[in-house]
Structures are given as C-alpha cells and as structure tokens.
Ligand binder design. Structure first.
Ligand code: ZN
Length: 580
C-alpha cells in the first residue's frame, strides 16, 4: 500500500523535482525559513480544485469555536501571521465566497435550489466604522441578522442577507445612514453551517487572506472534508474566483502527518526519526507550490492532517525528539528526496537529472535485502501492441514497436537508457528519469528487459545483515539473538532491571553493542542469478519501487531494525551530510 503512495510521489513528481533542482543551487542557510517560523502553509484545495464553500467543525474535545481574522505576511514572505479580528462560539462554520449561496446536502453551492437562497450576498450596511470588534458586535445586536464585517481595514456593521441589491436597499431605507452592499470579487462570508446565520464577513482586496483558527486550550483539531487538522485554515480568492484553502500547521505536526502517510507507522524509532529529518529538509528546500510552502499531495509530500489512529502519539513524540533538525550539506538544508525501495542500488542526481548534487550519489544498498520490501521481484509482460501504445504515449511517434532493450546502465547496474525500435527501423531512446517510463510503468530504475523466449542474468545486492551485536530479524519478534558465536531464535525479549523483568516490545529489539554505529557500513555482496521469459511477450523484470535517488524507505527500515541511529541511516543515503 505504502509503496503505491511512494511511487506516485516519485514518478508524477518528475516535473516537480526538476523545478526543485532549478532552485537548489540558490539554497542557502537563510532558506530554512519554514523551520524558523515553525509554521507550514500546505495547499489543500486550489486552482482547479478551488472551493466555493468550505465547512469546518471542531473535533470533540479538541477546541470549541473559532477565532476569525486574516493571515498576514510573516518574515518568510508567506501569509502565516494570524491577526485576530473576531470570534465565534459556533462549532460548525462554513466559509463562502461572496455570492448568493444555497445549502444542499450539508454544503453551500452557487447552484440555486428550490427552497430559495440560503445566504444572500446583499446586505444593508451602516455608515459608521467601529474602533474595535466588541463595539461593532454590540451594535450589530441591534439589528435582525446583524453581523460584523471587516471592510477595507475597518470594522463595519451589516445586517440582512438578501438575494438582490434591490431587497437590501429596501431594508436599508428604514434606517438613517444606512446603505446597501453587494457581492464582491474577493469577499468571503463566515456562516453557521446549519442555519446560514452570518457570523462575519471579510471584504478586502485580493491580497488579504481570511484566517480561521480554532479556539481552545491545549491541542486543537478541526474536521475538514473527512480529515482532522491541527492549526488554522487560510482562505483567499486569487483572481476573484473560488477559494484556495491552506492548512497553516505547526512544523512538527506537519512532519508527523507526512510520516504517517509516506512511511509505515510501526517502523522502528530511528527509521522514522531519519524520515522526519527528510520531511523537514524537503519543506525547507521546496520551491513554493502556488502560494503555499508545499501542497498536500504526491507532488510535494502527502499530508492529510492528524493520523486518526493510535500511532499518532508515537509519531508526534518521535518528531519532538528530532524537532527542527534538518539534513545539512555545508550548512544548508539538502534536497532530501526519498523513494520506497531501490532494489539494490541508488542512482546519483547527475545520472537521474543531469545535475551534480554531491550528497546524492549512487551506492549499493546492502540493507534492503534484509527486509520484505514488497517489490523485490516484480515483472511485467508487455505485448507489442502495448509497447507501441506506451511508446507513443511517451512521445515516440511510431507505427509499431518491434523491439525494446536496455541500452545503457549506470555504474551500479541501474537503467540509464532504454531504446525502442519500430517496424520501419526508427529508434527512440529514453534516458534518465524517463527510463521509469510512462508515469512509473516500469516501477523503478533497476530492471532488465527480456525479449520473448529468452533469459538474462540479474545481480542481487545483499551483505547488510547485522554483523555485530544482536538484531531483530523481524519487527515485533521472533528475535534472532546473536551471542558472539551463534544465533538462537526467541519469541520475546526481556529486560532485566533493578525493578524486575519486563517484556521488550516494538523497537526495543536491539541487543549488545548494536550494529553499525559510528558510520561503519557493511560491504555489499553481489550475487547473480538467471531469470527466464518463456512467454511470447516482452518481459520487464526488476526490483525496487520509485526513482532510486536518495533515501530508500525500506532500506532505512532495515537499518532501523539493525540498530543504526537515525544519523547513520541518513549519512548512508546522503553522502557527506551532517544533521542539525
Ligand atoms: Zn506540490
């Protein structure tokens, strides 16, 4: 399951990664702004997914009601600085674009419904500006359906909710110094979801973002479209369209959330601590996605808010243990790319993207072979029709493919070039990350291509078994205990302390001196075997899952099981780095 997430992230992310690479040379220590401000803006809905309305609901026991305001520019140049303007006790609220809106099936749309308008965009407005929220709110209580609005930097009182300007004008005429106001391009209205009662309106320019922050002491969580989020929400309407929605979340909560989605939650502590450093570094070096630090999907890192299962507390605690730590090369955060599994060897950045990045070098991975990656041996058979379709889809304008072959390997045996030949003898060679082909059709960069009824030799990389000390053979037992000369298998491990004997569980499966501390890594062992294709089709036979650059999640898993520290895990996959 996880490998699919990682694969999508890696293959669909090709363009994203290249965009990152363009900026990588300009990354300096000052780019760690997201970490410094301790808040991350994560795009949830934007551009073609922008929303006309968005519901929020306090998670029971995690906050009640909301502060309403704007998100202003902070030192990093992003709108993450919350400025309070108003409050509400309502626990279910909806943010609407400033249009006539109709409640249907629990959410608001612009599509008229038979029962008439639910929240009209036209209101009566008093001529006065109020000096503070309290006095405006008090004045608003004197009018039926009165509410406070923040208009061009001033508190105003409005009342009523009408479908037309004419109706609003009719309502206004009974009061002195009262006019009507209509829908605006950048305005947003906050209403009580169930009743449609207007709680607040923001009527500002395009640059001003509405901010909603749940109230309450301690941790707050808020439901939004099926997920629970920590922190606040930011809404704006670029170009006067629907709302872009961002989660404005404390950095470590963001890191824990990505950990829960991009890695496996019961992996050892050190593996997940290593991953947390990757996630933080990625945020620091990522170029902005739209107006956000990152988006919430595979293009950046998958983020779905609070993981609603028991490992969440553990993930948060592990993130706290490495809080703020990033992977640094010559003092600057690195482009901490990672993948699910490399199948035996990683690929350098220069091989993958023609960009030499000193800490992203290819190396054999002796660790992955120690665990079940779920993608050690994958194979695909492809008919000539299928090959032809894929070649065309990927940019080789051809009639019919008659042959396909790997025509170049990297030093460590990963694929560097794949050549297709069509029936008229024309050829097209895919190189670099394109060798993953067709958005990941070939799964990884470690494979061979076998013509029909043929065989080939493949190389397996091993050698990463625990050398010294004891190590867990499988997480959660049974455990292989090595006493220096022989190995015995036991179902459980015990710790004998002054307080008595207790069963060790989970990642406590490291005995003795532990393996590989101090940056020593076992030498890879290469073995070969023959694979056979006795079908009438081409067969792609490979191992690994992802783009093979940087850290292997499953390799980090294996290293964590063997007792490597998170620093040593990171230093294996990113060469010449420090953690800090
Ligand atoms: Zn993105």
């Amino acid at each position: 399951m996880k490998k699919h997430i990682l694969l999508r992230r890696l293959t669909r992310a090709a363009a994203c990664l290249l965009a990152l690479l363009l900026t990588v040379t300009s990354i300096g220590p000052m780019r760690a702004d997201a970490a410094a401000s301790q808040l991350v803006s994560v795009g949830l809905y934007f551009v073609k997914n922008a929303l006309p309305s968005a519901n929020l609901q306090n998670v029971s026991g995690y906050g009640s009601g909301y502060d309403i305001g704007i998100y202003d520019l902070d030192a990093s140049g992003d709108r993450k600085q919350f400025v309070w303007l108003a409050s509400t006790d309502e626990i279910e609220i909806s943010m609407l674009i400033d249009r006539n809106m109709y409640l249907s099936g629990g959410s608001y749309t612009e599509t008229p419904s038979g029962s008439g308008v639910s929240v009209g965009a036209y209101h009566a407005e008093l001529a006065y500006a109020y000096s503070d929220y309290a006095s405006a709110a008090q004045a608003a209580q004197n009018y039926a359906d009165g509410f406070v609005a923040w208009c061009d930097g001033q508190y105003r009182v409005r009342f009523g909710s009408y479908e037309t300007y004419r109706e609003a004008l009719d309502a206004a005429q009974y009061y002195s110094d009262c006019t009507a106001t209509g829908q605006t391009d950048y305005g947003m209205t906050v209403v009580a979801t169930q009743t449609g009662r207007i709680l607040f309106e923001l009527d500002m320019d395009e640059q001003t973002a509405l901010g909603i922050v749940p109230s309450g002491s301690g941790e707050t969580r808020t439901w939004f479209k099926g997920y629970q989020y920590n922190g606040g929400f930011r809404y704006d309407r670029p170009g006067g369209g629907n709302m872009h929605v961002a989660s404005i979340v404390p950095l470590e909560q963001y890191v824990a959330s990505v950990l829960s989605r991009e890695f496996v939650t019961n992996w050892p502590d050190e593996t997940l601590k290593a991953a947390s450093c990757c996630i933080r570094s990625f945020v620091s070096t990522a170029s902005k996605h739209q107006t956000f630090d990152v988006c919430n999907d595979t293009c950046c890192q998958v983020y779905r808010g609070v993981y609603q299962y028991s490992p969440w507390d553990r993930l948060v605690s592990l993130c706290q243990q490495t809080a703020g730590q990033q992977i640094l090369y010559q003092g600057a955060p690195i482009l901490a790319v990672y993948h699910s599994s490399n199948g035996g060897a990683t690929v350098s950045a220069s091989e993958a993207w023609h960009t030499d990045i000193p800490y992203l070098q290819g190396r054999y991975d002796p660790f992955e072979a120690q665990v079940n990656t779920g993608s050690k041996d994958w194979q695909r058979t492809l008919s000539y029709d299928e090959l032809t379709r894929l070649a065309n889809a990927w940019g080789f304008d051809c009639t019919r493919i008659t042959a396909v072959a790997v025509t170049g390997y990297t030093e460590l045996g990963n694929v560097a070039a794949v050549t297709f030949t069509d029936q008229s003898g024309r050829t097209h060679t895919f190189t670099d990350e394109d060798t993953l082909l067709f958005g990941g059709e070939f799964y990884s960069r470690r494979y061979v291509i076998l013509p029909p009824h043929s065989s080939q030799t493949v190389t397996d990389v091993t050698g990463g078994a625990a050398a010294a000390g004891g190590a867990a053979e499988a997480y959660g037992g049974p455990y292989a205990v090595y006493d220096g000369s022989s190995t015995t298998t036991v179902p459980q491990l015990y710790a004998v302390t002054a307080a008595g004997t207790e069963v060790l569980a989970g990642s406590a499966a490291v005995l003795g001196a532990g393996a590989g501390t101090g940056g020593e890594y076992p030498a890879p062992e290469l073995t070969t075997r023959t694979v056979v294709n006795d079908s009438d089709y081409y067969m792609i036979y490979g191992s690994g899952w992802g783009h093979n650059v940087g850290l292997s999640a499953y390799g980090a898993y294996a290293m964590g099981l063997q007792g490597y520290s998170y620093q040593d895990i990171l230093k294996f996959y990113y060469q010449g780095v420090s953690i800090g």
